[in-house]
Design a protein around this ligand. Structure first.
Ligand code: ADQ
Length: 496
């Protein structure tokens, strides 16, 4: 990876994402720094450190203002500063309309094909436009501060408008964007008001390159452009779109994880101890342990998973007591009614199933309803006989890859929804359709009964795949493609 850095990063790097890499919060003993969990920040923080770049993000911590300068800048990482964090303040109204509203109550369900959950409000859209203008203005200011021709890397669906707002003000910038979630097909995208569809697509086409998780999402995007913007020229075979004398490349760059770090975590003595405790507590003697790890989100198929378990325990009573289901689900977006409802429904369903099936020495489902540290997650992955990922739609799903990375023992079965982007790569998993409850239950049974030699064979194939497509490979692939897009742009739109 390192060999690719110098060329691309001749340009100063400015990264834009909604979440910030360091958050400051007031605590009784003073101000505390939080490093948000999750693959993205830990993947991108090292590249910012190495290049002394700038990260522009929403100031989400209640002590963020206290430690930043008047403009919202501070040097990070705390204690060992090597790059600039530029914080952008959002009012309560902005958070409500932009973040909870248009981004997470319209775009998120739309992109995950949850059409009935899509809520479109004019005021939310106006907030989304306003927030995109604010973040774009911050990027422009940072570009002026650092000088030169920057590489601006935008992240995710919160900022579909930002690229075309930044472009005219920083004409020499190379701008590209990673879209972490699925991109819907035209019929679903078409649910948005026509003006909104146009703005979103034109906004995104301010990029030189747009990175999707899979080919399917990239094709959906090109299809949407072809149907919505007749003035654009879409070259499907070359994955290039021309509009207004500019070109945007489109491609698939499946995100991954820091494999070495997960392996390190899984080998820590503390992790091994916790792993042993989990097995003693939930999987004594012949009993097996099935685990799942997700944000509490309706896209993750948690309710379907519970229905499959209910189906299995009702139809095959001899399966009762043979395994414990450990669900680690971190609360998420609880200010949005659909999420609050989901949380209530899942808690109720678990209580109901436990009441119906529990025995003196067996609690069928154990719920850990909190954010847990990565070393504890590594212990959960390591303790499992089976890990279930049942997303109804998912851009990629990092949990599937984390489980595989932690299985240095070469054992463990992955049951993976074929609607998670990860299923494109992880075909050695047991693929499942979580909408088809009987088949889902059957697949769980196959996973539980799988002979050791087959588990080992499948896990070896999965580990091989993940070891050869790490987060570093992902970064390298994107930087190489961005460089190619840069050269293509220098050559103008001559390809057309
Ligand atoms: P998410 O929808 O958040 O990400 P996922 O890819 O599974 O989904 O990543 C979740 C991350 O949070 C994982 O790193 C996991 O370890 C962590 N996590 C989950 N539950 C946790 C818990 N209880 N405690 C602590 N950590 C927990 C979005 C897209 C995905 C895409 C990623 C990255 O929706 O499809 O894979 O971005 O692009």
């Amino acid at each position: 990876m390192q060999s690719k850095f110098p060329a691309m990063l001749d340009r100063p790097l400015i990264l834009l994402s909604n979440r910030e890499p360091y958050e400051h919060v007031h605590k009784p003993n003073g101000i505390e720094v939080r490093f948000p969990a999750g693959g993205l920040v830990s993947a991108l923080d090292p590249i910012l450190r190495r290049t002394h770049g700038t990260w522009v993000a929403w100031a989400s911590g209640n002590a963020d203002r206290t430690v930043a300068d008047d403009v919202g800048r501070l040097a990070v990482p705390p204690g060992d500063p090597s790059y600039t964090l530029r914080r952008v303040w959002l009012s309560e109204n902005d958070v409500e309309g932009f973040y909870l509203g248009f981004a997470n109550s319209a775009l998120w369900p739309l992109c995950h094909l949850f059409v009935s959950k899509v809520d479109i409000r004019r005021s939310d859209w106006e907030s989304y436009e306003h927030a995109n203008r604010m973040f774009a203005a911050a990027v422009v200011q940072e570009a002026e501060r650092v000088g030169g021709a920057p590489m601006v890397w935008v992240h995710d669906y919160h900022f579909a408008l930002a690229p075309s707002l930044i472009r005219p003000l920083v004409p020499d910038a190379l701008i590209h964007q990673f879209w972490h979630i699925p991109f819907p097909p035209p019929d679903v995208f078409g649910i948005l008001p026509v003006g909104v569809q146009n703005s979103l697509l034109r906004g995104l086409l301010g990029n030189d390159l747009i990175e999707f998780q899979t080919d399917g999402f990239a094709w959906n995007f090109m299809d949407c452009v072809a149907r919505t913007l007749p003035e654009a020229h879409v070259s499907l075979d070359q994955s290039v779109i021309h509009l207004d004398g500019r070109q945007t490349r489109v491609g698939a760059f499946p995100i991954s994880i820091d494999v070495a770090e997960w392996q390190r975590l899984s080998a820590l003595p503390h992790t091994i101890d916790v792993c042993r405790t989990l097995r003693q507590r939930y999987a004594p003697r012949e009993r097996q342990l099935v685990v799942s790890v997700d944000r509490m989100d309706y896209t993750k198929g948690i309710e379907r998973r519970l229905r499959a378990l209910e189906h299995m325990w009702r139809d095959t009573p001899e399966r009762r007591g043979t395994f414990t289901m450990l669900i680690v689900a971190t609360p998420s977006r609880t200010d949005i009614p659909a999420y609050a409802r989901l949380e209530r429904d899942v808690l109720e369903a678990i209580e109901r199933l436990n009441d119906e099936f529990r025995t003196l020495d067996w609690t069928p489902i154990v719920l850990v309803h909190e954010n847990v540290d990565a070393d504890l997650l590594a212990a959960v992955y390591g303790a499992a006989d089976v890990c279930v990922v049942s997303s109804l739609q998912d851009g990629m799903n990092l949990v599937a890859k984390e489980f595989i990375a932690c299985r240095t023992d070469g054992n463990g079965v992955l049951v993976l929804s074929r609607f998670a982007g990860a299923s494109d790569e992880l075909s050695a998993a047991l693929l499942v359709n979580p909408f088809f409850i009987d088949a889902f239950a059957d697949t769980l049974a196959v996973a539980l009964d799988m002979p050791r030699h087959e588990r080992v064979e499948r896990m070896a194939a999965l580990r091989d795949r993940v070891a050869n497509a790490t987060i570093e490979d992902w970064l390298e692939g994107i930087l190489v493609a961005a460089e190619a897009a840069d050269h293509a742009a220098e050559g103008g739109a001559a390809a057309l």
